[in-house]
Design a protein around this ligand. Structure first.
Ligand SMILES: [Cu+2]
Length: 341
């Protein structure tokens, strides 16, 4: 930081030269400074009241937990990040990056807000002051400081982001489960490569006025065995979609002509919602699915059920709507409400 003397020095050497009180050329803008102490006290009161109100508001906000999301401390320690720490192997990595970024942002915020309020109070216009305060053209040490400090901050954020991203993106050398997910307007196909079976889905007709429960019953479910490392291979048939399971705290774009991967180990049994997270057209908001993390026995059962339904092999990425059966077409055509089942 810079001492007051150095700042004063800079002011005096700024161009054009500021009229100096010592020279007898008194700056009119400072004529009234120091007089009217009682007025100054009165003016401070609204500022203090404002600060107090802000602090009270912030503290109140901190103590009200979102219903159904665990204890207040749990919420605070997660930085209000939705989900939990133990659903997927990715969770602790994204959580530490999220919380760390917020702590850094708040620390910087406190410094910036503090300096802002200090300047507002310290250099406010006093009664009787007219004209502009002394104008500084430049002050090299300060400019160097506010160039280097943001660069350093970006560098720190970049370091942790790059480190954590590399960890999340590292592909398992030998995943226990290999699943291929294909996005299509506006539904999903899941190819279970190890079992040589597939699940398919059609556009869920949300536009037909179905209730949430009916939509929920129609959307496809991706099954994953708990505790098994899985590599999810990600493709698109038509436009860019995004494979997003909020509980995994990670998502991956599905780009036509490109293969992406998500390496994840689901760690807690349960049914989690999934969705397309890239605006892909008219029924993008209806492009939903579930992820059921189940025991190995239940997983095997589901694979057998797909086999029993004759859904063996895989639905190739290159298949277009004309190559697919009505119940496999994501695109709603004709009487689309009849295409499921
Ligand atoms: Cu989509």
């Amino acid at each position: 930081m810079f001492s007051r003397a150095r700042l004063r020095d800079a002011e005096e050497h700024a161009w054009p030269h500021r009229p100096n009180e010592k020279d007898g050329d008194v700056d009119v803008t400072h004529q009234q400074r120091g007089s009217g102490g009682s007025q100054r006290t009165r003016r401070r009161t609204p500022v203090l009241v404002g600060l107090g109100a802000t602090v009270t508001l912030l503290l109140t906000a901190c103590s009200s937990p979102t219903p159904g999301s665990g204890s207040t401390w749990d919420l605070v320690s997660r930085g209000w990040l939705p989900g939990a720490d133990d659903v997927a192997s990715i969770n602790p990595i994204t959580r530490s990056l999220w919380v760390g970024s917020w702590i850094a942002a708040l620390a910087i915020g406190i410094v910036v807000w503090g300096l802002t309020f200090w300047v507002i109070v310290r250099y406010r216009r006093r009664k009787g002051e007219t004209g502009l305060p002394p104008q500084l053209r430049y002050y090299v040490p300060m400019e160097v400081l506010y160039t280097i400090v943001p660069l350093f901050m970006v560098g720190v954020l970049f370091f942790y982001t790059a480190r954590d991203q590399a960890e999340i993106e590292a592909r398992y050398p030998d995943p226990a489960v290999n699943i291929e997910v294909v996005g299509k307007r506006w539904a999903w196909d899941f190819n279970y490569r190890d079992e040589d079976v597939y699940e398919t889905s059609a556009q869920v007709p949300m536009q037909a006025g179905l209730s949430d429960e009916q939509v929920e019953a129609e959307i496809p479910t991706l099954y994953m065995p708990v505790g098994q490392s899985a590599e999810i291979t990600i493709h698109s048939r038509d436009v860019i979609h995004s494979f997003f399971v909020p509980a995994f705290t990670y998502k991956k774009d599905m780009v036509p002509g490109r293969t992406n991967y998500m390496s994840v180990t689901p760690e807690r049994e349960g049914v989690y919602s999934g969705k397309c997270a890239e605006l892909c057209g008219e029924y993008h908001s209806a492009m939903l699915f579930n992820v059921a993390v189940v025991s190995q026995a239940e997983y095997d059962e589901q694979m057998s059920a797909l086999r029993a339904r004759g859904q063996t092999g895989a639905l190739d990425v290159d298949l277009g709507p004309s190559d697919l059966a009505p119940n496999q077409i994501g695109l709603p055509t004709g009487q689309k409400t009849e295409t499921t089942g």
